[in-house]
Design a protein around this ligand. Structure first.
Ligand SMILES: [Zn+2]
Length: 224
């Protein structure tokens, strides 16, 4: 058991506790990918939550790169300072409240951030790439024609294309979609939610995407 007082760790520094971020972490905000014991991605957690899982002996094994070293107080028995190393991917024995990774019919919540990332910030009509603030959520079949707000009926669209299409279907507006919209799997959704996904975390998540996932190609595009 590691003698670390996590509440006192909040500021990053303390007289008997020190947190050191490795160059890979580039600061304390880098999130850790938590998986279940079989390696299925579960969620993003911060270094404090990771340390808590270690402390509760929930960590089965780790992968990826070293992100943080947490130096705790002196161990009374050994007279040594305790050190906890937090990696970019931790497999845990505990569960989370989210059943997403075990249910095949799981549908992740829809929001613009993950939608635009699904579509790689490309307008699905003109094929141009935009900043998130220049994109909008287009309903392929509009609400006025019984369209719904679901992953398979929405795409990222630039303002110009969205205005041009207006309350019409692509056929009615004589516009063509450049890719078929899809509902992300749980692993894909975890990836889309990631604020800053490290190369090893991305590689790990990619291995859990369906082989047919359009994200394989889009991520290559993204990296280019
Ligand atoms: Zn466009």
């Amino acid at each position: 058991m590691l003698g670390i007082d996590l509440d006192r760790a909040d500021g990053g520094f303390n007289e008997d506790l020190r947190i050191v971020a490795t160059p890979a972490a580039r600061g304390l905000a880098q999130l850790v990918l938590r998986t279940d014991i079989s390696g299925m991605p579960l969620e993003w957690i911060d270094y404090r939550e990771s340390a808590r899982l270690y402390h509760q002996e929930q960590v089965a094994y780790t992968c990826g790169s070293l992100l943080y070293k947490l130096y705790g107080g002196m161990n009374a028995r050994t007279g040594r300072r305790t050190v906890l190393e937090v990696n970019s991917i931790v497999a845990t024995i505990g569960h989370t409240g989210n059943p997403g990774n075990t249910r095949h019919d799981y549908v992740p919540p829809l929001n613009n951030q993950t939608l635009f990332r699904r579509d790689a910030y490309i307008c699905m009509y003109c094929g141009m790439r935009f900043a998130a603030r220049e994109l909008s959520r287009d309903h392929i079949r509009p609400f006025s024609q019984k369209g719904t707000d679901v992953w398979t009926n929405v795409v990222a669209a630039c303002r110009r294309c969205n205005n041009q299409k207006a309350s019409r279907t692509p056929e009615q507006a004589k516009m063509q979609l450049i890719a078929v919209p899809f509902t992300p799997t749980y692993a894909e959704y975890i990836f889309l939610k990631g604020r800053r996904v490290l190369a090893d975390q991305m590689e790990y998540l990619l291995a859990h995407f369906p082989r047919s996932s359009p994200l394989h190609a889009r991520i290559q595009h993204w990296l280019s």
